[in-house]
Every structure is written in C-alpha cells, then in structure tokens.
Design a protein around this ligand. Structure first.
Ligand code: ZN
Length: 147
C-alpha cells in the first residue's frame, strides 16, 4: 500500500511543481473564483465553451500543493469534454473523496492520486476547490467558497 501512496504523492508533487494550464484566459466564455478559507487556497478557473464542449480550461491562483495539483489535473481531464461530462467528472471526484469506498472509475486517470485524502478530511476541501470553481463557472456564478 505504501508504494501506491508514494506514487500518488509523486503525481501530486509533479502537478504542484509544474502545474498544467496555469495561465489566465482573457477570451474565456466563463470563469469563477473559488476560495477555501480553511487553508487559504484561492483558485480562479477559466473556461472557453464552444457549443457544448469545453474547448479550453485554465487556472490561476495560489494555494497548497493539493489544491494546485487538483486544479492542474482537472484542467487536463476536462479539456475536450462536454459540459455534462465535465460535471460528471466532478461528481466522480466528489464520490471518490466523500462517498463510500468503492472501486475507482478508470475515467479518473491521475485523479485517483487524490484518493489518499479520504483519510484527511480537511484536505478534501483543498482537492474539491477547483472542481467547485469549475462548476460555478459553468453555472454562471462568479465565485464560490468551500464550507
Ligand atoms: Zn489547501
């Protein structure tokens, strides 16, 4: 189990050090800012929708390794998906972190690295923050806060 934990940690650290799609998107169609007061994380998610599809998604902000890695992985997974699929992924991540323990859907890819956080409830808010911001952006809400 500890080898798996090491691998998960490596994935998270890699995304933290070299976040993917970490930039502003001036021509986005929607965006939302998320804040996690518990940890001090702030993330702004930018989305460009082309019809039903997310043609581009990026993020900016500052926060802990978990929030940043989760945001980086989120942008990679959501690009090219439909809005519905993006919301579905968000629900899968939430279920992985907060639902009953079960087999993890293959669609999650690297995101399974976050599953170790199940044992650290306060960090779950860090991991969910970019997903909350994504959903807020898709719903036309400019900001969101984890509770
Ligand atoms: Zn955090």
């Amino acid at each position: 189990m500890s080898e798996l934990a090491d691998l998960y940690q490596e994935i998270i650290l890699d995304h933290h050090k070299r976040p993917r799609n970490f930039r502003e998107m001036p021509d986005c169609t929607c965006s939302a800012e998320g804040r996690n007061p518990l940890c001090g994380d702030e993330v702004k998610v930018f989305v460009r929708l082309q019809g039903e599809s997310v043609s581009d998604v990026t993020f900016q902000g500052q926060g802990c390794a978990i929030s940043r890695a989760s945001a980086s992985m989120m942008t990679g997974k959501v690009r090219g998906k439909t809005e519905g699929e993006a919301r579905g992924l968000s629900a899968q991540v939430r279920a992985m972190l907060l639902g009953p323990e079960s087999e993890l859907p293959g669609a999650l890819g690297d995101l399974v690295a976050l599953s170790g956080l199940r044992k650290f409830p306060p960090r779950i808010k860090c991991a969910m923050l970019p997903w909350h911001a994504l959903e807020a952006a898709l719903s036309g809400r400019p900001e969101t806060t984890t509770e």
